[in-house]
Design a protein around this ligand. Structure first.
Ligand SMILES: [Zn+2]
Ligand SMILES: [Zn+2]
Ligand SMILES: [Zn+2]
Length: 325
């Protein structure tokens, strides 16, 4: 699953931009449900297929974000509003009436009577200062067309774009999801794939193919699993990366040395986050492996860029300097 570059791009974006949750934007006017993160990585933000397949393999965890009621005939249009109808004559020119009681004197009238009197009680002439001075003993609806009074209007949903009504029970329900990165998947990705997206951006213009967590065939015929393998027809770059709480132990460098001898790349990087011991550095020098240390991805990428420039003579200008955070 991680092999797919678009999955790597989604993961890389989530991790480097520290996005906790992929939240949809529901645009009722445009009738669009969009995931803006997909736009950022050059995919169609309205097509959540990639997020769904990442959920199926356990990289993302989805939860219900919203439930939309939409028109059963035009489910693609999200613009739906409520309409209240008179149950007698079916007019939608209905309005709500509230009874208001002035608590101090017990006078009861409709809300309009109090409002028209500038919030002074028509009975005792006291000013009504706030809601605490009144209570609402009753509420009903009235129809302007037939003057009918009723407790409950008929509620219909209205399809705005096609100007017709449908009932609540006929409405189609659409589940809208948000997605969270699974913590284990995040760790696995960070350890194995975090450098692949920026390196691809950096090296593909120079004709390199960049692969992550790949097996590379050595001269002996043995396959070696490496963190990253960048290659053209005549140049091979092998990168192994390890992250540790403090110093990355030298056993990883020693294991890498065996692979490097067999694969014999032009350039071998041992990426250690945050750093390695002096002893490991000395070993690496003897092995012909370049140690890249860094506390952040940006530091590591900067150091890789410097080494590619000086050791492979790649003309990397500042415009294609890679920003990872
Ligand atoms: Zn409709
Ligand atoms: Zn009516
Ligand atoms: Zn009063």
């Amino acid at each position: 699953m991680y092999i797919k570059p678009e999955v790597q791009n989604v993961m890389h974006r989530l991790i480097t931009a520290k996005v906790d949750e992929i939240i949809p934007i529901i645009d009722l006017n445009a009738s669009e449900i969009r995931y803006p993160i997909l736009d950022v990585i050059g995919l169609n933000s309205m097509d959540a297929q990639i997020l769904e397949s990442m959920t199926q393999v356990g990289i993302l965890e989805k939860s219900l974000y919203d439930k939309l009621l939409v028109c059963p005939t035009h489910p693609d249009t999200l613009a739906v509003t409520l309409r209240l109808y008179c149950p007698k004559c079916k007019s939608f020119d209905v309005f709500r009436m509230n009874l208001v009681e002035h608590k101090l004197c017990g006078f009861i009238a409709t809300k309009e009577v109090f409002e028209n009197n500038k919030l002074v009680c028509p009975s005792c002439n006291a000013l009504i200062k706030d809601q605490k001075d009144v209570s609402f003993p009753g509420m009903w609806y009235e129809c302007k067309a037939c003057k009918g009074k009723f407790d409950a209007p008929t509620i219909m949903l209205r399809c705005r774009n096609h100007s017709h009504d449908f009932t609540m029970s006929d409405a189609k329900k659409i589940d809208v999801h948000s997605y969270k990165l699974n913590k284990e998947a995040e760790k696995e990705f960070y350890d194995n794939y975090i450098l692949v997206t920026p390196l691809r951006k950096l090296l593909e213009p120079f004709g390199f193919k960049v692969e992550a967590a790949v097996s590379v065939n050595g001269k002996s015929g043995v396959n070696h699993k490496v963190t990253l393998y960048a290659h053209t027809s005549d140049t091979k770059i092998v990168i192994d990366a390890k992250t540790a709480e403090a110093e990355v132990p030298d056993q990883f460098l020693i294991a890498m040395f065996a692979k490097v001898i067999d694969i014999s790349p032009k350039l071998a990087f041992f990426v250690a986050m945050p750093n390695v011991s002096e002893n490991t550095k000395t070993l690496a020098k003897n092995y012909g492996i370049v140690v890249i240390e860094g506390k952040t991805l940006q530091e590591i990428m900067n150091s890789i860029v410097e080494n590619l420039k000086s050791k492979l003579n790649l003309q990397i200008n500042d415009q294609c300097k890679i920003t990872v955070e």
